[in-house]
Design a protein around this ligand. Structure first.
Ligand SMILES: Cc1cc2nc3c(=O)[nH]c(=O)nc-3n(C[C@H](O)[C@H](O)[C@H](O)COP(=O)(O)OP(=O)(O)OC[C@H]3O[C@@H](n4cnc5c(N)ncnc54)[C@H](O)[C@@H]3O)c2cc1C
Length: 408
């Protein structure tokens, strides 16, 4: 099979690359090892519940989002901003006065952080306005924890809010993720929205897949050998392109290239429960500031902000663990401590453990070169910073760099 471009891997990066080639009228073949497109973005339907494979959200401020998707088609359901925090046996509510100005007084009185901490949050958020991926990823050598300490936040503010909140974003309780990632995300969280499509996160790849010409995608086609711009799948079939794009996850790409991989992964485990009632909090994220001694680091009632995620009359609780995969008994023990006998009525639907959830962004790392040989390219979240935005942006940039001009 000979064509202009071979794309290996049909996650968000490979799909975006294919969409951009379609727009330019370029012949390509997209080879995907799995039985569907979307890579790490999947939604399973179980008994009428929508279960994303791992708790994932879309930040509406991601620069690539509006470029790629028609917002009205995604039917976004927004997470309520602010948080409910568990700290030393108490529930604390942290309102978000930037989104809900009427909650300003409540926010100032909240025991989460001192008044100076709150002023620092506001100043830091304002100073981040206008910052984007281009001017965030400058190779800062600090970890996020060092950066927050350098900003003057109190230990109480870091331990009660920043650590449990950012640990859920980075999947990194230590906050050893490079501070550039924090600098990039801050304005998106402060001034944008956090949301999921009403039909589940898999709507993101599904809506891109609809733009591809039928017959150009080969599913269940695992590339096992690579030589220049030629590759062979598991059946030994040769696929040859004038150019070839590796859109696999980072470890997979390095393996095909015969290189020792430098990609390190953060893991996650999400457990879903069906419940007859919500846990309260009006659709806010629940953070466990005592998470270092617990099997649960954050959790939320998905159906409070996205009712489509649960059948009528039921609720979907998503529980996230960062230190391995706890048993149902362990999870129930922790949840019962918080919610008492109510948890007896919850039914575990599924547990999703993903050892390779997010590539780690080590401090000081700069985005990787996308051109790696004559006619050979790569894209994917690991080439820049771990997120949907990076996956999609790198897929687009590679498609634009292949030399086929502007979209028709
Ligand atoms: C639990 C979890 C939570 C997350 N939360 C968020 C979040 O809240 N916000 C956010 O922005 N991002 C989040 N992410 C990250 C986001 O999902 C990823 O950054 C993005 O989906 C990566 O896309 P990709 O195309 O780079 O890689 P992948 O999705 O890994 O795609 C690679 C594709 O290549 C295919 N492949 C592999 N080997 C071969 C081969 N040999 N031949 C052919 N095909 C092959 C794979 O099957 C896969 O389809 C989360 C991820 C997880 C897992």
């Amino acid at each position: 099979m000979k064509t202009s471009v071979i794309i290996v891997g049909g996650g968000m990066a490979g799909l975006t690359c294919a969409v951009e080639l379609e727009r330019r009228g370029v012949e390509y073949r997209l080879l995907e090892a799995g039985s569907r497109l979307g890579g790490r973005v999947v939604t399973d339907q179980v008994e009428g519940f929508l279960l994303d494979r791992g708790f994932q959200v879309l930040l509406t401020g991601y620069p690539e989002v509006r470029r790629l998707w028609a917002m009205e088609n995604l039917r976004l359901r927004r997470v309520r901003s602010g948080a409910v925090i568990r700290r030393q046996g108490r529930w604390l509510t942290l309102p978000d006065p930037l989104r809900h100005p009427s909650e300003l007084l409540q926010a100032l009185r909240s025991p989460v952080g001192s008044l100076m901490d709150k002023i620092r949050v506001a100043l830091l958020a304002l100073s981040s306005l206008g910052r984007n991926a281009d001017n965030s990823f400058v190779g800062t050598s600090q970890t996020t924890l060092q950066y927050l300490q350098g900003c003057g936040f109190s230990e109480g503010m870091i331990e009660t809010f920043w650590r449990p909140f950012l640990a859920g974003v980075f999947l990194d309780w230590e906050l050893s993720t490079g501070a550039d990632m924090f600098r990039f995300l801050l304005p998106l969280f402060a001034f944008g929205r956090v949301a999921v499509p009403a039909g589940g996160m898999q709507q993101l790849p599904i809506q891109l897949e609809r733009r591809l010409t039928p017959g150009r995608v080969a599913l269940e086609t695992r590339v096992e050998k690579l030589e220049g711009t030629r590759c062979w799948d598991q059946s030994g079939q040769l696929w040859e392109g004038d150019q070839l794009v590796l859109a696999l996850d980072g470890s997979g790409a390095d393996h095909l290239l015969g290189r020792e991989t430098e990609v390190r992964w953060s893991s996650s485990c999400t457990t879903y429960f069906a419940a007859p009632r919500s846990i309260g909090g009006q659709g806010r994220l629940h953070l466990n500031a005592d998470g270092a001694q617990s099997c649960i680091q954050h959790f939320t009632c998905m159906s409070d902000f996205a009712p489509e995620y649960a059948p009528a009359g039921q609720h979907l609780i998503s529980v996230s663990s960062l230190f391995g995969s706890p048993s149902e008994a362990e999870l129930r023990g922790q949840l019962q401590e918080w919610y008492g006998a109510e948890v007896d009525d919850w039914r575990m639907l599924r547990q999703v453990s993903l050892p390779q959830s997010l590539p780690r962004l080590e401090p000081g790392i700069r985005p990787r070169e996308l051109k790696i040989g004559a006619g050979l390219w790569r894209c994917g979240d690991y080439t820049a910073y771990p997120s949907l935005n990076a996956a999609v942006a790198s897929g687009r940039i590679v498609a634009e760099s292949l030399g086929y001009g502007e979209p028709k």
